[in-house]
Write a new protein. Structure first.
Length: 291
């Protein structure tokens, strides 16, 4: 009898220990999402504000206006381009970092993580000074005879700043994956006359695929929902979804429409990220001989 009670208690112990974290997750994540979803179905009157009642008007407006399609498309390709650049820059950077000896590894790791210690708003203002009409970038272009380039308040400025902000979120997962790779495996492949390209393709790349997957998902999700950088470097003309939501909430005071746009962004982000995760994980499992 005692043994049965002990087994029952041990079976429910993990559940009991998980209750506080699950309750906190429900309070901080699920409840705000549920309230946002409910708000998106409420009615809005320009004179009286948010009114009680159920309506699909906000979603009909978002799905039926090409203006919103353009903003969602712009947000998607900017987030995708930022993710691609972070992969192309961050993966080699993480590989070089993993092969560094002390103390250089710690120094360069601190350099990579340093942007995270500065506010995103401060970094956005810094880039606005660099890319402005009288900024350092245009001064260099003038010295080279290229002439001034209008970069501020363009998609180029937004992508450059997003890459600067998001790069650590790509480097760290890849670097963590590389910590599990024994350098002697690469040396063994090289000793068997394998080329450096073959070693990178057949040994290193499969090992860092989980890091690339997690890093790219983080970068894409954060880039698609970024507010400060598109707002400060994109200006009023180059709208992204987050700045559009901000305008609907604080300028137009149309909270149901802002909630509908936010919920649509969440659904699209989840669909893209889950599809991307399924495709890459399937390819990784096939390559590793697990399917």
């Amino acid at each position: 009898m005692t043994s049965k009670a002990t087994n029952t208690a041990s079976r429910w112990t993990p559940v009991a220990l998980s209750v506080p974290s699950l309750a906190l997750f429900a309070l901080m994540v699920l409840l705000p999402l549920a309230l946002t979803a409910l708000l998106s179905f409420q009615q809005y009157d320009q004179d009286r504000g948010v009114q009680s009642g159920f309506t699909l008007g906000s979603y009909a407006l978002v799905l039926g206006d090409s203006y919103y399609y353009e903003i969602f498309f712009r947000t998607g390709w900017i987030a995708a381009l930022t993710t691609l650049i972070c992969v192309l820059v961050g993966a080699p950077e993480a590989y070089i970092l993993s092969r560094m000896a002390r103390p250089w590894r710690s120094i360069f790791l601190l350099v990579i993580l340093a942007p995270l210690l500065v506010s995103v708003v401060v970094r956005a203002f810094g880039w606005s000074l660099l890319l402005g009409p009288n900024g350092v970038v245009n001064q260099v272009f003038e010295l080279l005879g290229i002439g001034k380039a209008k970069m501020l308040y363009t998609s180029t400025a937004v992508v450059v700043a997003l890459v600067h902000v998001m790069l650590p979120f790509m480097v760290i997962p890849v670097w963590t994956s590389l910590q599990k790779l024994d350098p002697m495996v690469e040396n063994a492949a090289l000793s068997l006359n394998a080329s450096h390209w073959t070693v990178m393709r057949r040994i290193v790349l499969p090992q860092i695929t989980p890091g690339l997957l997690s890093g790219s998902l983080i970068v894409f999700g954060l880039s698609a929902s970024a507010l400060a950088i598109p707002g400060l470097l994109g200006g009023r003309r180059l709208k992204m979804v987050a700045t559009l939501i901000y305008d609907e909430y604080l300028h137009e005071l149309n909270w149901p429409l802002g909630a509908a746009i936010a919920f649509a962004l969440l659904v699209i982000n989840l669909a893209i990220m889950l599809s991307y995760n399924a495709v890459l994980e399937g390819a990784y499992a096939k390559r590793m001989g697990r399917s």
